[in-house]
Write a protein that binds this ligand. Structure first.
Ligand SMILES: [Fe+2]
Ligand SMILES: [Fe+2]
Length: 395
């Protein structure tokens, strides 16, 4: 056993303190010479370098064009879509491009009139849910940027660039909605809620702490944990809020906003697919991460996320007519099971195999065109169809 052979196990050890203990034990086994080297200043530096995943080199003529591992691997840096390690990523790339949309295409005049007629409680619920979404997408833009730098696979890096761009579009849509319906001063207040509202703060911090940990100490273990957090953010943490906006749409209210939410949900579904594929590939590339402790981490973290999402629903939606909170609580578990399935894991919740809220789904273009609302005065999008043919909508 030498230090190099020990590195994968060191990387897979979850906590920094445990890693330290592991290294000490390993050193006892491999002899004092190495121990001296390892705990010298130089040795500590070498070890630190080895434990941090290296960034992709921009220009590397020595490495193959096709990546050897998604992170910490070798890749020349050139992108040839016909020679990539995960060929199904090319289909995802094309779907993401076809789903391009921008908020300014959607007319908001009717939403503005309807918002002004809402009671103050309904207005507050609307604004606090927009505030939540704005925080989630802001964090997500930063996280996708972080991940992008560490991929040693040009195709994954390219898809991250597109996903990052979509998160920015999502953020713009929240500013666009607010600027259409409230004053400048009120917009600023909405973008302050997240700093002070304790329930909002708790659920956002839950994710941001894990993302920050990956940013501060980037290695396969923190990447594993961040991918679990990603699947929670994109795959669970939006869903009470989607329920709120679609419930308004069921009453033909705030249809412009709901159209944007529908596009955002469709994008998020595809992002979930991407990060779940990355999650499974990470375990294939680093089998030492596939441990009972890591599985337990994923289940525990997702279970806490389900609690936080359910608390959020009870906190913000209890006065909303048309949403049964017990049903929504089951729906959140149902969607958590779907995410686990996507990650290649067993379901965590029994008795929720049927989708009890099938109306929480992206509107298809056909449905949009069949409804007699302002929806259809929106400029038609020529890029691609929303619907059954892109293969990623119903994940
Ligand atoms: Fe997003
Ligand atoms: Fe996303």
């Amino acid at each position: 056993m030498n230090l190099l052979n020990a590195v994968p196990s060191i990387l897979a050890t979850p906590q920094k303190w445990n890693r330290h203990v592991y290294i000490r034990r390993k050193c006892r086994k491999v002899g004092a010479g190495l121990k001296e080297t390892l705990f010298s200043k130089r040795g500590a530096h070498i070890l630190k370098e080895m434990m941090i995943v290296q960034l992709q080199t921009i220009f590397n003529t020595e490495a193959p064009n096709k990546s050897t591992r998604i992170i910490g691997g070798e890749c020349s840096g050139i992108l040839n879509w016909n020679d990539i390690r995960m060929p199904h990523m090319y289909k995802l790339y094309k779907v993401l491009l076809l789903n391009h949309w921008i908020a300014d295409e959607i007319p908001m005049s009717k939403d503005a009139q309807q918002f002004a007629r809402m009671d103050s409680e309904e207005q507050r619920t609307f604004k606090i849910n927009i505030s939540l979404l704005a925080v989630l997408d802001s964090m997500q833009t930063m996280f996708v940027g972080d991940v992008k730098r560490y991929f040693t696979d040009s195709s994954l890096e390219a898809i991250s660039a597109i996903i990052g761009q979509q998160e920015v579009v999502h953020n713009q849509s929240y500013s666009y909605v607010l600027s259409s319906i409230v004053s400048d001063q009120e917009q600023k207040e909405v973008f302050e809620y997240w700093k002070h509202d304790p329930v909002l703060l708790e659920r956002n911090k839950f994710i941001s702490d894990i993302y920050q940990n990956f940013r501060d100490d980037s290695n396969p273990q923190t990447f594993y944990e961040a991918l679990v957090a990603d699947l929670i953010l994109e795959g669970i943490f939006f869903y009470s809020t989607f329920a709120f906006f679609y419930n308004l749409a069921r009453d033909q209210k705030m249809m412009g906003t709901s159209q944007m939410i529908s596009y955002i949900q469709r994008d998020e579904n595809q992002h979930c697919y991407f990060f779940a594929e990355v999650f499974k590939q990470l375990l294939a590339d680093y089998p030492e991460l596939d441990t009972p402790a890591n599985k337990e981490y994923a289940y525990r973290t997702i279970n806490r996320a389900v609690e936080l999402e359910t608390n959020w629903a009870y906190y913000t939606l209890k006065e909303v007519k048309g949403i049964d909170l017990e049903e929504l609580s089951d729906y959140i578990k149902y969607i958590a099971n779907r995410r686990l399935n996507l990650m290649g894991m067993e379901k965590a919740y029994e008795g929720v195999d049927v989708n009890c809220m099938p109306w929480i789904k992206p509107f298809s273009d056909d449905a949009l065109n069949a409804t007699k609302t302002d929806f259809f005065e929106a400029k038609s999008r020529n890029y691609g169809k929303v619907g059954d043919d892109n293969g990623f909508d119903d994940l």
